[in-house]
Write a protein that binds this ligand. Structure first.
Ligand code: FAD
Ligand code: SF4
Ligand code: SF4
Ligand code: SF4
Ligand code: SF4
Length: 413
């Protein structure tokens, strides 16, 4: 019997499953479907090519084998799809594969009652980062000298982004080198500190799998009682084999996680410094960049924190219609409503047709708010900072003091 905190090497006992490493994730998903613990699996599969990751709901476990493997250009975020298209998992049970940003978005949506976590099994994936499909195609062409249409497989290994072509070419370039040239992982991934998403029920990766199991087993950490039940069930059902992790591997995994978190923090400092400070620096920069906005609402549609039926940015008295760019109030509304809860998923940057680095601006504010209030979004079910602001009290204070500085009381304490 396993328990929260236990760790294993695990690999599939199902011949058809060819996983990214041990195939443990696909085997666990198969067990969940076959045993009817879940009605469906929401995961990601290859579409037209390796750059085209598409979300898919699988209800027949025979279809799972084709979803196995990791798509590093799969930048999509699954929780908002559950809210939008699957009624927030309120009337069905789902298993979902979650990178760190998926896991954090899941918690933020759950605490807003937009999805029902009781009906969801979160199968976590360690995540070193993902690459925008557009950037990937461009860099494969310009840096690798390879036609991206010829690429049949990609992987990230030992700090390199590696591609393989249909005629057997195999080329890797160091991610650090690519990122120095403004390529490589998405900028939000470079800033990310959630490498092993322990908010999930179970979390799987390849870090720490060494020795004869290297490349053949998945490193599994059990993160909840639900995760333990699922893992034990999969082993008992005969779809999963396990062994104790190599102690040296355990140590390596811990070291890699720490290094990656430090790198994330360092990249935050670097990227936040580049947008300046204060009213004359950062605010002016943000106003200039967002003046390209064409009010397509893409950032709002894709953001897991934005779920309101009546969005304030669509109210004429707040953001007058018929003006492009929209008044800066459009951006201010988003900043005010979301900054305390931004999970740095990068969706609002990915979808912006005007290349506005929206997630950089929001994440920079989130980090400042975290310093003030200690609230870290997406880590647990703690309510967002704004949930504690009483509108009536705030209006009374505004009337009495004339100040619209909502956080003033906190600064005085
Ligand atoms: P499989 O049985 O092959 O199953 C993998 C599952 O992941 C499938 O269900 C598939 O649909 C799903 N999936 C594939 N791509 C995505 C995606 N983009 N978003 C959501 N779900 C997806 N592990 C590490 O230890 N270190 C890392 O640095 C690391 N980086 C990763 C980066 C990305 C973008 C992804 C997707 C995964 C990363 N992983 C990393 C996890 C690792 O690649 C394997 O997914 C994990 O070890 C499980 O292996 P498996 O053989 O058990 O998975
Ligand atoms: Fe992975 Fe973090 Fe990027 Fe999400 S934001 S894809 S968890 S590195
Ligand atoms: Fe993700 Fe952007 Fe929303 Fe932050 S503001 S949670 S980065 S979509
Ligand atoms: Fe809701 Fe504000 Fe997002 Fe609009 S911008 S959907 S009002 S949180
Ligand atoms: Fe403006 Fe970009 Fe958001 Fe569209 S996605 S509304 S252009 S900031």
């Amino acid at each position: 019997m396993s328990a929260k905190g236990d760790m294993f090497y695990a690999w599939t006992a199902v011949p058809d499953i060819k996983g990214e490493c041990g195939g443990a994730v696909t085997s666990i998903l198969k067990y969940l479907l076959d045993s009817k613990i879940v009605d469906g699996v929401l995961t990601v599969q290859k579409g037209l090519d390796v750059f085209d990751a598409e979300p898919v709901v699988i209800t027949d476990s025979a279809d799972l084998a084709k979803t196995a493997g990791s798509l590093h250009c799969g930048t999509l975020l699954l929780p908002k799809l559950i809210k939008k298209y699957l009624n927030g998992a309120k009337d069905m049970k789902l298993a979902v594969t979650c990178k760190g940003c998926d896991a954090k978005a899941m918690y933020e949506l759950a605490k807003r009652n937009q999805i029902n976590l009781d009906n969801i099994v979160m199968v976590g994936l360690n995540c070193g980062g993902s690459v925008s499909p557009v950037v990937a195609r461009n860099m494969i062409s310009s840096q690798y000298g390879i036609n991206p249409n010829d690429v049949v497989k990609e992987e990230i290994d030992k700090g390199q982004f590696i591609v393989m072509t249909k005629d057997g070419q195999h080329k890797g370039i160091s991610i650090d080198e690519l990122e120095e040239q403004g390529l490589g992982r998405r900028t939000n991934c470079q800033r990310c500190e959630t490498k092993i998403p322990r908010q999930c029920d179970i979390v799987c990766g390849n870090w720490g799998v060494i020795g004869d199991k290297a490349g053949k087993a998945t490193f599994v950490e059990i993160c909840s009682d639900k995760g333990a039940m699922v893992f034990d069930g999969a082993v008992k059902a005969g779809v999963l084999e396990t062994s104790a992790p190599n102690p040296k591997g355990l140590e390596i995994r811990g070291k890699i996680e720490n290094v990656m978190i430090k790198m994330g923090k360092k990249n935050q400092e670097k990227q936040f410094a580049a947008i300046g400070e204060g009213t004359g620096g950062r605010l002016t920069y943000i106003m200039a960049e967002t003046s390209r906005c064409i009010k397509c609402y893409g950032c709002i549609e894709s953001c897991p924190i934005c779920y309101c039926v009546e969005c304030s940015t669509k109210k004429n008295h707040l953001v007058p219609s018929g003006r492009l760019p929209p008044d800066f109030m459009f951006q201010l509304i988003r900043f005010a409503h979301i900054a305390d809860s931004c999970v740095n998923c990068g969706q609002c940057t990915d979808v912006c047709p005007m290349n506005i680095p929206n997630s950089l601006f929001m994440h920079a504010q989130q980090v400042e708010l975290q310093k003030m209030f200690g609230h870290k979004p997406g880590m647990d079910m703690e309510l967002p900072v704004l949930a504690f602001a009483e509108e009536a009290d705030e209006r009374a204070r505004l009337n009495a003091t004339g100040s619209d500085m909502i956080y003033e009381n906190v600064f005085k304490e």
